[in-house]
Write a protein that binds this ligand. Structure first.
Ligand SMILES: [Fe+2]
Length: 394
């Protein structure tokens, strides 16, 4: 890959996620002269998905930034172009307390825009030591917590918000859902995703991870074609969601080494030819079961949200009172054209008293989803045993 100085990300070692020190940025205008998204690739090993920040123009001029991403030269330049046209950044919203993959970007981003106020969701925490925000790089004099009541915020005339805060054993899972009233847009971080059919543009800038996963074994060439990009994307999504999807087998160590020696590509980038996966026939059914709909990621569905089901349902109900037409989350597809009813339905798994047939009699897609999420449930049991997670309360 050609090294691009403008895409260099020097703080990559704080959380070493792919693509490490090189991060491309794509800016997209979602609503003319009002809303823009900034996307970068991001993932564990080669399970790469988009990570996104959203920028909204304020009524009085100036910008609000929700969920900052890596402030590479390229990213900052793209933001400055908006500032030149629409006014400087006034507010930076750090929208989560648990999403380390978002938190690490906030202090460097805030330092690039020293006139902006930083608003964080409450219940911030660090691990293993509890450190004040200023010790992890947040600018002390201009960092505040979002007031619990949105009416007390300085942007209440344009945004309403509701904070979800779930107490986990080692810290809190928090996220702020923000509603931009004039554009009927809901901003979320990790609680909702929608998986697009095709690989997003930001992931296709460097298709290597897609081609890596498109192979059937280490003996296949890495061939760039539209079909391989698509196949790779479907598999990447299954890895990103389930960590270990039900439709893969792994091979023995002997076979792994044997195939690596015979692999046509033994470069470091190709993990020296090591490729331990075998996809089972009909694996694509797993992808078709989760694409193009509002989805709560299985790690949240199994492990985190059931810790406080009623609290989550109350939060969902409050959000459903807003008249939103689109959601912009921090990962996968955006904007998602949707409505409050669809949003509510995505969380119906939490409602144990429901008579909703969707929950009581899972569809074929839902059954596939539950089977694929089995590894997460095993993970949950192990985390509970180790005392890192708790059994669901409700
Ligand atoms: Fe995230």
């Amino acid at each position: 890959m050609i090294r691009n100085k403008e895409q260099k990300w020097g703080w990559w070692f704080l959380l070493p996620l792919y693509p490490y020190n090189q991060r491309a940025t794509i800016r997209t205008e979602i609503l003319k002269n009002q809303i823009w998204t900034f996307e970068q690739p991001h993932g564990l090993l080669y399970a790469v998905v988009p990570i996104r920040m959203t920028v909204i123009k304020l009524k009085e001029g100036g910008l609000l930034v929700y969920c900052p991403i890596a402030s590479t030269q390229e990213c900052v330049k793209l933001v400055r172009e908006l500032e030149a046209q629409h006014g400087k950044i006034k507010y930076i919203i750090h929208s989560t307390s648990s999403g380390l993959e978002h938190k690490i970007f906030v202090p460097p981003f805030a330092r690039c825009f020293p006139y902006a106020q930083v608003y964080c969701v409450p219940s911030q925490w660090t691990f293993p030591l509890r450190l004040p925000l200023s010790w992890v790089g947040f600018p002390q004099k201009r960092t505040k917590f979002l007031p619990l009541d949105w009416r007390e915020s300085p942007f209440a005339d344009q945004f309403e918000y509701h904070i979800l805060d779930i107490d986990l054993t080692q810290g809190s899972f928090s996220e702020v859902a923000m509603y931009h009233k004039s554009s009927y847009t809901l901003l979320l971080t990790d609680t909702i995703i929608s998986i697009p059919d095709k690989p997003p543009e930001i992931i296709q800038l460097n298709p290597f991870p897609l081609l890596f996963h498109a192979r059937e074994s280490a003996l296949d060439e890495l061939t760039d074609s539209e079909l391989n990009r698509l196949k790779g994307w479907q598999r990447v999504c299954l890895f990103a969601l389930y960590f270990r999807p039900s439709m893969i087998d792994t091979i023995s160590v002997e076979q792994l080494i044997f195939e690596a020696i015979k692999s046509p590509n033994r470069s470091r980038r190709n993990y020296f030819g090591l490729f331990p996966f075998r996809w089972l026939p009909q694996w694509q059914k797993s992808f078709f079961a989760i694409r193009n709909r509002l989805l709560v990621a299985p790690i949240l569905e199994s492990l985190i949200l059931p810790q406080a089901s009623q609290k989550v349902l109350n939060w969902v109900n409050l959000i459903s009172l807003w008249n939103f037409e689109k959601i912009i989350p921090a990962h996968f597809d955006a904007p998602i054209q949707t409505n409050p009813l669809e949003f509510k339905k995505a969380f119906s798994f939490l409602d144990k008293t429901t008579t909703n047939p969707y929950t009581l009699y899972p569809s074929g897609d839902r059954q596939i989803y539950l089977k694929d999420a089995n590894f997460i449930r095993i993970l949950e049991r192990n985390l509970v045993k180790l005392g890192i997670a708790k059994h669901p309360k409700d």
